[in-house]
Design a protein around this ligand. Structure first.
Ligand code: SF4
Ligand code: SF4
Length: 387
């Protein structure tokens, strides 16, 4: 791997939230404290050192920031106040911007006002588009039926189209993450290592496992942040499955408890986890809530808007206030579209994909073996020919 040094790296990272890196004198207290650090993935001290030395390529090819769950223990115990936990969080933002092939992520993280304006513009365009569509083809006083303001079938097509756009943006970024962390060492021109194909297959379950359970977080000293994170992830995944595959049941005139009970639990989980995080950040109660980047607030506010308007729309519809339910639905979509179209591929939501992938890639790296050198291959062929 190249060892290009970037002397501006510490300054560059400060735009992503890491402001105290130079205070670190490499005592190693943080790594000794961290219950997630391992022999192979020995962080955060090593990341702090690499940052101080400007080792950009090493950091870009590393997975350590994704293996940290920001419990904040290391920051609390750092004798120099170098904020290693917050630095790992900032590195995750920085890595997200490195993986992103469009440059939008870098722009959003470095200039949060651009992100806020983009979210507002997309939200307003969404409101305009759906309102025009609704008024031109239907009646605001009807929620279901042929004359409905926003027909379920159209919304379903829109949801799947949005999912397609989202994947088209996210998949190249995931490929770049794989390339930086595994691919270029195993497939690059200076190919020195390889991961056996069987290891790729054997370990692939790690992605869904860590995506859904976030189980690595449970190894941290305090269990509560993991439980909240778990509630958030389970609620989010449940809601996604309901919207993508069970929308007609959610939309039906009568409540189908076999489906709706999951919707109620998911809504409660989303609201609880979001409110907990907002209060924590306002009160700065936990170590991981001491420092908030603008992107953290955008993420939380959008999530709260989406969850509350989803509940409002449902309650209004069930109580017969169809016009108000349609208005609540348009506001709901004003949160959903920027959240899925901007936040998932380019900002904090993308961490949901990168973190469990990091668990998968870290395991692949443990399975790396030296690639056979050409002479060995040629020698082997010769031996076969002679025999
Ligand atoms: S971040 Fe703090 S605890 Fe960790 S090595 Fe640096 S000075 Fe020591
Ligand atoms: S924030 Fe917690 S998980 Fe992350 S490096 Fe520090 S001690 Fe480890």
């Amino acid at each position: 791997m190249s060892t290009r040094v970037n002397p501006e790296l510490v300054e560059e990272l400060s735009a992503y939230g890491a402001e105290d890196v130079q205070k670190c004198f490499n005592c190693g207290n943080c790594t000794a404290t961290c219950s997630l650090a391992e022999e192979h993935e020995n962080f955060p001290r090593r990341s702090m050192r690499a940052l101080q030395l400007g080792m950009e390529d090493r950091l870009k090819g590393g997975l350590e920031p994704w293996l940290c769950y920001y419990c904040g223990e290391c920051s609390t115990l750092c004798p120099r106040g170098a904020q290693p936990g917050e630095t790992m969080m900032s590195l995750r933002r920085w890595l997200t911007s490195r993986y992103d092939f469009t440059g939008i992520s870098r722009l959003f993280y470095r200039r949060p006002r651009v992100e806020v304006v983009s979210v507002i513009v997309v939200a307003l365009l969404t409101a305009l588009g759906f309102s025009l569509f609704g008024f031109l083809r239907g009646n605001i006083h009807e929620y279901n039926g042929a004359n409905s303001f926003l027909p379920a079938a159209t919304i379903h097509i829109f949801d799947w189209s949005l999912a397609g756009v989202l994947l088209a943006l996210l998949i190249p970024n995931i490929f770049r993450m794989w390339w930086f962390t595994v691919g270029r060492e195993t497939m690059g021109r200076s190919r020195a290592m390889r991961v056996p194909a069987a290891a790729y297959l054997r370990s692939v379950y790690l992605f869904p496992l860590h995506f859904i359970t976030q189980k690595r977080y449970a190894q941290c000293e305090r269990r509560r942040p993991w439980l909240v994170h778990l509630a958030l992830m389970l609620s989010y995944v449940t809601m996604l499955v309901l919207i993508m595959f069970f929308l007609k049941y959610m939309w039906a005139a009568t409540i189908d408890w076999r489906v709706h009970v999951f919707g109620y639990l998911a809504s409660a989980g989303l609201i609880f986890a979001t409110v907990w995080a907002i209060i924590g950040r306002l009160k700065k109660m936990e170590a991981q809530h001491q420092h908030s980047h603008e992107s953290d607030w955008i993420f939380l506010i959008l999530l709260l808007v989406v969850a509350l308007t989803g509940v409002a729309q449902h309650v209004l519809h069930r109580s017969g206030a169809d016009a108000a339910a349609n208005v609540a639905y348009v506001v709901h979509l004003m949160g959903v579209v920027p959240m899925l179209g901007l936040e998932v591929p380019f900002s904090k939501w993308s961490h949901m994909a990168y973190r469990p992938l990091a668990m998968y890639f870290a395991t692949l790296r443990k399975h790396m073996v030296p690639a056979p050198i050409p002479e060995q291959v040629a020698g082997g062929m010769q031996t076969e020919l002679v025999s």
